[in-house]
Design a protein around this ligand. Structure first.
Ligand SMILES: Cc1cc2nc3c(=O)[nH]c(=O)nc-3n(C[C@H](O)[C@H](O)[C@H](O)COP(=O)(O)OP(=O)(O)OC[C@H]3O[C@@H](n4cnc5c(N)ncnc54)[C@H](O)[C@@H]3O)c2cc1C
Length: 461
């Protein structure tokens, strides 16, 4: 075991176990906030403050020599740190969403913005409410600022140490970590299972299960979907609204809008990633979810989703109550009206709205003159444009996923402290908990908020 930072004296050379008030396992977004909060070094408004003299001794452990790798790779190295507007409806959970709302309110987006800006990372809000570091600043500035704050708060760190065992020592009411470290309270912030090379391999999920917690089956989320489309559109990007149903023709569970990228193996891009969040959850409930694409609605100048046009990356809206796409009947009427006195083909009309390759690979009768379209041909073309079955048959798995859905059930955690209702002194935060957000900074917001709540709870403040 190697102590890392120069300011750290972790394990005493006395042969006796090191004893801490709080041990935080995992130094990702959630663990960094938990460590700061456990030292009392951040207020509920996000303002950094001096750790009080009575603050507990806090140890932050991570298996990586350089932790926080997900922060570094996030947002293409720019780190979409949060969103200007966050509610529990931006997340998917099998737990009670009211508990997620309570946690999110304890440390809202303004708090993390205040913290980062006070630590010297200016931020700016981009279309869709996404909050990024301002020009000239990147993800590494976010991580460096937080690591510096953690050190200045007197948190002791042990990086490059993979925790293998966690036992409850009933005699001392403490947790024994890898036999040599004792902590009165333990915060599990080890992430989910996505992008395992960043260090998150599901350790915390196993800890939760071993201590008697219900763990909702972890699933890859925000992940490209594999599908079997009867056309070749690899490389084509187009705006789309994806509808996720419980099964073919079944109840609508989510609608998401954004840009859709066809790949050789399926679909990717913001719309596909957001849809995968819902599809994965439904699949884990034993359903056979169905994903269909509407390509028309976002191209309507004054259509019901017009507010999502014009952004280079429209926000991925995933609201079951979002307006439905434009009806097939309305589009058919539009085609009939345009066919009067027209010699142009269906294809050339559609090329005004869609990429040529998209039109000719996908739309039946594209080369037929509008005026010569039979009702059946028109109907078939409109079906393709409004409700194409993407024939999704799976996803690209944890290696390509940006998040993990599922995890420790919220109902078994105290909403004010995220302390286990089963094992006193054990707290969970971040992606190890059964909460997964859509694209747009929501997953970090959950990590910051739940980390702050768990850390504060563990400090006894
Ligand atoms: C490519 C990519 C891009 C993303 N972009 C964004 C974005 O722009 N905005 C956004 O909101 N979200 C984004 N996300 C999601 C976001 O990064 C995660 O939701 C968030 O980082 C989760 O934080 P966490 O602290 O819970 O877990 P993690 O960041 O996974 O941290 C867990 C830490 O625990 C450590 N650990 C695990 N097991 C052990 C063990 N046994 N012993 C010691 N240490 C251990 C790991 O090394 C790791 O450092 C992105 C994710 C990916 C993969």
């Amino acid at each position: 075991m190697r102590p890392r930072d120069e300011c750290v004296a972790v394990i005493p050379g006395t042969g006796g176990p090191a004893e801490f008030g709080v041990a935080v396992v995992g130094a990702g977004a959630a663990g960094l906030l938990a460590a700061l909060a456990a030292r009392g070094a951040v207020g509920t408004d996000g303002r950094p403050r001096e750790a009080p003299l009575a603050a507990p001794r806090v140890l932050l452990l991570d298996s990586m020599e350089r932790p926080g790798r997900k922060i570094l790779v996030s947002g293409g190295g720019r780190c979409n740190v949060t969103n200007a507007s966050v509610s529990e409806r931006d997340f998917v959970t099998s737990s009670n969403p009211v508990i997620a709302r309570s946690v999110l309110r304890e440390f809202p987006p303004e708090a993390i913005r205040t913290l980062l800006e006070t630590l010297g990372v200016p931020l700016r809000v981009e279309p869709g409410g996404k909050v990024f570091p301002a020009e000239g600043y990147r993800a590494r500035h976010v991580l460096d600022a937080l690591l510096r704050a953690v050190r200045e708060a007197g948190v002791e760190t042990l990086f490059g140490h993979e925790v293998r065992t966690v036992e409850r020592d009933e005699r001392s009411s403490s947790f024994r970590i890898d036999t040599s470290i004792l902590a009165r309270r333990l915060v599990v912030a080890t992430g989910g299972k996505s992008l395992p090379e960043t260090g998150s391999r599901g350790f915390g999920l196993a800890v939760a299960a071993r201590f008697g917690h219900t763990v909702v089956e972890p699933r890859p989320a925000l992940v490209p979907m594999r599908c079997d489309p009867p056309f070749d559109l690899a490389g084509v990007t187009t705006p789309a609204i994806l509808t996720v149903r419980e099964h073919r023709g079944g109840k609508v569970r989510a609608r998401v809008a954004g840009s859709l990228l066809f790949t050789h193996r399926g679909v990717s891009g913001p719309a596909a990633l957001d849809a995968s969040l819902h599809r994965g959850r439904l699949a884990s409930q034993g359903l056979d979810p169905h994903v269909e694409a509407d390509f028309w609605t976002l191209t309507e100048p004054n259509g019901p989703w017009a507010s999502y046009r014009g952004h280079p990356k429209p926000p991925g809206v995933c609201l079951p109550e979002a307006p439905p796409p434009v009806s097939a009947g309305k589009i058919e009427r539009f085609l009939v009206e345009r066919s009067v006195g027209s010699t142009c083909s269906l294809g050339s009309l559609l090329e005004e709205r869609f990429a040529r390759r998209f039109v000719h690979a996908l739309v039946p009768a594209a080369s037929t003159p509008l005026a010569g379209l039979s009702r059946a041909m028109r109907h078939a073309a409109v079906q393709v444009l409004t409700s194409l079955d993407l024939r999704v048959r799976g996803d690209e798995g944890f290696r390509k996923a940006e998040a993990t859905s599922g995890g420790a059930l919220l109902e078994e955690l105290d909403r004010k402290t995220l302390e286990s209702r089963i094992v006193p002194g054990l707290h969970f935060c971040g992606e190890v908990v059964d909460v997964a957000g859509r694209l747009g900074g929501f997953n970090f917001q959950w990590a910051w908020a739940s980390g702050a709540v768990a850390g504060r709870g563990a400090s006894g403040a």
